[in-house]
Design a protein around this ligand. Structure first.
Ligand code: URA
Length: 215
């Protein structure tokens, strides 16, 4: 008997988290032309770099269907990926802008938009098997950039480690099994507008990821 392949992407109408399903339905009633579903990971299935975000923004990936596409956080993320050679093309905040990720995939710890951008611990746990499967089905994966604390904790848990296995904070690193985890402050509007995260600080994370990948 063959073991079924791990499922890395939930269906767009994933029924597992009642609160998130209700939020999707509410958004779909108000904005029927939006994507309003579990946003799939985006990028290269042979990637050596995985970028793990928090969850789709209501007017970002929940609207467009592509992670970080259409909300504030996407401008800095995609621009930085282009500048550091992990993306090619022009980011234009639309899933059909032709932007291509190079040796890189972007996913989210939670795949459906949560109210107020805050998933509940139970929703993180329910969605985690998809994150675990995402990691397991990237055969070349070497480096994982976690964006913010929800991502950091969930990636560690998806790898069977406690949250204490890597310190929080910008630039912290840990080797976990075959991977190096590299944590960054999230590129949210709050962090960039307050100067907690500058474009240079963010770029340095991906320059470091490049070095780690080539080691
Ligand atoms: N959009 C995403 O897809 N993920 C985030 O973490 C933030 C915005």
């Amino acid at each position: 008997m063959t073991t079924p392949a791990p499922v890395a992407e939930p269906p767009a109408d994933c029924p597992l988290c009642p609160r998130l399903v209700a939020y999707r339905a509410e958004n779909a009633r108000r904005e029927p032309d939006w994507f309003n579903g579990a946003a799939p990971s985006f990028g290269d299935t042979q990637a050596r770099l995985l970028v793990a975000g928090l969850a789709p923004g209501r007017t970002g990936a929940n609207r467009t269907g592509r992670p970080f596409t259409g909300d504030h956080a996407g401008w800095l993320l995609y621009q930085t990926l282009i500048e550091t050679g992990f993306a090619r093309g022009t980011y234009d905040a639309r899933p059909d802008d032709g932007l291509e990720l190079l040796d890189c995939m972007i996913t989210n710890a939670v795949r459906c938009a949560p109210p107020g951008n805050k998933p509940l611990p139970a929703e993180e746990a329910t969605c985690r098997p998809f994150l675990t499967a995402r990691l397991q089905t990237l055969p070349q994966l070497k480096v994982i950039v976690t964006l913010g604390d929800v991502s950091r904790r969930n990636v560690l848990k998806a790898l069977g480690k406690p949250a204490s296995a890597m310190a929080p904070g910008h630039g912290s690193e840990a080797r976990v099994g075959p991977y190096v985890l590299l944590n960054s402050y999230h590129c949210s509007r709050l962090n960039t507008n307050t100067g907690r995260l500058t474009p240079l600080m963010f770029r340095e994370i991906f320059e470091r990821a490049r070095i780690l990948i080539e080691m």
